[in-house]
Design a protein around this ligand. Structure first.
Ligand SMILES: [Zn+2]
Length: 415
């Protein structure tokens, strides 16, 4: 099956040197190619060239890009998009000035999401999540990581992970699954956090690994949640079972989560609203990708991660949506890219690299996804004609994404 895309105004995000991530000053460079055609063969990028040099190419399908730009699909490396119901009541409560404790009493917070998930069948959970999957697919996401962590019991964590596996099998997205039993201490274990960590290590992780349900293990390592020692223990057990770490770190406090993540070769440390010089230093030369979630800072009215300091220190960063019912009820990666520029002063080029190649790296997928590279999987979208790449970040609410192709097939088209 050959697909030819012609009349492309600009191909954006070409990676021709084989890098698996971009760091520091390199993040501000986006390799582009103007007035182009592009050929997909057997779901992979096979060739591209200039329109005025397009000879005879036998293709099964020809798509006219009508001078729009062609981007690699977003790689959203941090979401919690499998959940039951929604939390707009909590949103309203916050607007009306209720405290966190009052909100929890009225049905907000992770534990209440867990209660609701417990009552929801696997089929219903899948149906609700697929609505969100279709939504993010139309908004340009091609690879997504999805976490468990609203189960908080062995049975309900496995239920969530089976829903994620079903999404992986039935949606056009490339999906990676993360076990996040250490999202909060389950209600039944209140005051017995150590025993809950025992349950994660002795029962949940072995069960998850036995069914092959997760690629990664995550821990909410932060003030009021799990300690550095507990995080290290969970990462060690995960590693023995073949699950690499991905850490929720430094959202609420300088938690030590960055250092423990780096020590155990975590693939990413995520959030990072609170970073000191020691955290940036720890990430220097590490395999661990710092991942920023500006949608959560926006929705909660928190301070933003110091992206400029991190990039200035030579680090690469990734951007992800944190799509979840409590702190970021949106999986719109275009909005995330625009927020990165507006609130963290990342250039549009840096933000696009962070949301594509570096996001793919943070899921262990950048050999096959995250850029327009010959041989990589053909995940891309075509925009309306635009005056520049910057316009894509600037006109942040204009529906610019016109057609979406994943694994070489069209999955969304705007009339
Ligand atoms: Zn999260």
């Amino acid at each position: 099956m050959k697909l030819l895309v012609k009349n492309i105004g600009r191909i954006v995000g070409i990676e021709s040197t084989g890098r698996l991530r971009v760091c520091g000053a390199e993040m501000d460079r986006l390799e582009c190619f103007d007035d182009a055609w592009l050929l997909v063969d057997n779901d992979r990028f096979a060739a591209y060239g200039r329109m005025d040099e397009l000879g005879e190419i036998a293709a099964d399908q020809v798509v006219d890009a009508e001078e729009g730009m062609l981007f690699p699909s977003f790689c959203d490396s941090h979401t919690h998009l499998v959940y039951a119901g929604s939390r707009e009541q909590e949103f309203l409560d916050k607007i009306n000035g209720l405290s966190y404790e009052e909100i929890a009493r009225r049905g907000g917070g992770i534990l209440n999401s867990a209660d609701l998930l417990h009552e929801t069948s696997e089929d219903e959970l899948y149906a609700q999540a697929m609505e969100r999957v279709r939504e993010i697919t139309a908004m340009g996401t091609g690879c997504v990581e999805i976490k468990s962590g609203y189960g908080l019991s062995t049975g309900d964590e496995l239920k969530m992970l089976r829903v994620i596996r079903r999404i992986r099998e039935t949606s056009p997205l490339e999906v990676r699954a993360t076990f996040l039993g250490a999202h909060a201490v389950a209600r039944a274990y209140r005051g017995r956090q150590g025993e809950y960590v025992d349950l994660i290590c002795n029962e949940m992780l072995p069960a998850v690994a036995a069914e092959g349900l997760a690629d990664f293990v995550d821990v909410f390592c932060d003030e009021g949640f799990f300690t550095v020692e507990e995080t290290a223990r969970i990462l060690r057990v995960g590693r023995k079972l073949g699950l690499r770490g991905k850490i929720h770190a430094n959202e609420l406090a300088v938690s030590g989560g960055v250092q423990v993540g780096v020590e155990y070769d975590a693939l990413s440390v995520d959030h990072l609203e609170r970073m000191g010089a020691a955290e940036i230093e720890a990430l220097h030369g590490a395999v661990t990708m710092p991942t920023l979630l500006p949608g959560a800072a926006f929705f909660l009215g928190m301070s933003y991660p110091p992206a400029r300091e991190m990039i200035g220190a030579g680090l690469g960063v990734a951007l992800a949506s944190d799509y979840n019912p409590g702190s970021s009820p949106s999986g719109n990666m275009r909005m995330v890219v625009s927020l990165a520029s507006i609130r963290m002063k990342m250039t549009p080029a840096e933000a696009i690299n962070a949301a594509t190649l570096n996001g793919a790296y943070a899921m262990g997928l950048s050999r096959d996804y995250g850029s327009i590279t010959l041989g990589k999987v053909a995940n891309f979208f075509i925009t309306k004609p635009m005056s520049s790449v910057e316009f894509f970040s600037y006109a942040y609410q204009t529906p610019l994404i016109r057609r979406v192709f994943l694994k070489g097939g069209e999955v969304f088209g705007m009339a």
